[in-house]
Ligand binder design. Structure first.
Ligand SMILES: [Zn+2]
Length: 69
């Protein structure tokens, strides 16, 4: 009866803390539904940003700073 939650895994929702270089502010990107990328927007200028998750890296990505061009 609760098939809506069937997509949820046991892992918590993860996020990536980054610096939005467009405004030089700190923010977070959250994993998308498919788990293939971190997505979010700059908190100041609302610019969308998307960081693909590298399957080669065990941690998803080791980079901590991204540009929101
Ligand atoms: Zn910005």
């Amino acid at each position: 009866m609760s098939e809506e939650n069937s997509d949820n895994t046991s892992s918590k929702r993860k996020f990536l803390g980054i610096i939005f270089t467009c405004c030089n502010v700190y923010g977070r990107l959250y994993k998308n539904k498919a788990g293939t990328a971190y997505v979010g927007r700059c908190p100041r200028c609302m610019r969308p940003i998307r960081v693909p998750i590298n399957p080669d890296s065990s941690n998803g990505t080791s980079r901590r700073f991204f540009r929101a061009d």
